[in-house]
Design a binder for this molecule. Structure first.
Ligand code: GTP
Ligand code: MG
Length: 272
């Protein structure tokens, strides 16, 4: 997942300009042309210029892309909504707990490329309604905490808010994935208020500790290597996956120990 960080607000990939779309079409046509036998007529540049780069065709693309771009804007707004909720909780707890439970927040709207790949992989229908209904992770917010307790505290606070609807909860902290992956995943719906309507938008929230996040990014890079590896490299990748499972267990022990020490420090402070 390519998440942007905190204030950085970099919108991920996908938003092609009309000029980029033209170039893309041109490149694709040129590829097709190269595949044709030499005897077949070539697509002339004039035809590309007059038809595929015509105002009518560009308007056609623009009009058809509009609902998709609008949908992406809704997801971006929903992310802002959820980020604000977490920032408010963080501020509030910084007073009552005298520390910030949230270390950082990273968010992203899924790129068009990843959306297309998921549509293909999960055989999702091509309508906007199908995409909204079947894809839960177009908007993603990742909340990084120092301690495991804070993850559950923040999740409970978020879910108790009356405009947040829980769609799905997966606790990979209590039940880690076979890879060793740990995080708390919530699929929620939050309202965004538009000019004349209220719209419920789905957001995938991943809550994890710094240690879980560190582990996940390392494992993620191995995942891609594993997909590409063959022969001897494949054996090496499998070995590394085994070592990562051990690392995940170590990091879970570290999380538990750090939390225990923090609680004991809190008790000491309470006594003094
Ligand atoms: P997706 O189709 O990938 O969205 O799977 P899903 O709908 O079953 O969701 P799941 O809760 O399994 O995981 C969704 C997200 O969690 C992924 O996109 C990753 O960001 C993260 N994730 C899940 N499993 C792993 C894992 O084994 N390793 C790492 N590094 N990340 C994982
Ligand atoms: Mg996903």
């Amino acid at each position: 997942m390519g998440f942007r960080c905190g204030q950085e607000r970099v919108r991920q990939g996908g938003n092609m300009t009309a000029a980029q779309i033209q170039e893309d079409i041109k490149a694709r046509l040129s590829n097709i042309e190269n595949m044709l036998p030499a005897s077949m007529p070539r697509v002339s540049e004039d035809m590309i210029r007059d038809s595929l780069m015509s105002d009518e065709f560009l308007d056609f693309i623009k009009i058809n892309m509009m609902p998709v771009e609008q949908l992406m804007t809704f997801y971006q707004c929903a992310i802002m909504q959820v980020e604000t909720k977490f920032n408010i909780l963080n501020e509030q707890f910084s007073l009552s707990l005298d520390r910030n439970p949230i270390q950082s927040i990273k968010s992203r709207v899924k790129s068009y490329d990843s959306i297309m790949k998921k549509i293909r992989r999960k055989k999702i229908g091509l309508s906007i309604e199908d995409i909204e209904d079947k894809m839960n992770d177009i908007a993603g917010v990742r909340v990084i905490c120092s301690y495991v307790d804070d993850i559950y505290l923040l999740a409970d606070c978020l879910l108790s808010q009356d405009d947040v609807i829980l769609v799905e909860r997966k606790d990979y902290i209590k039940d880690p994935k076979p890879s060793g992956y740990r995080s708390l995943h919530l699929i929620i719906k939050v309202p965004i208020y538009l000019q004349n309507e209220k719209k419920e938008v789905k957001v995938e929230v991943q809550l994890r500790t710094i240690a879980m996040d560190f582990w996940a990014s390392l494992e993620h890079s191995l995942h891609y290597k594993r997909c590409q590896a063959d022969g001897a490299e494949c054996g090496e990748a499998e070995e590394l996956a085994g070592e990562l499972i051990e690392c995940a267990k170590e990091s879970a022990r570290l999380d538990a120990k750090m939390q225990e020490i923090r609680d004991r420090i809190a008790e000491l402070s309470g006594e003094s």
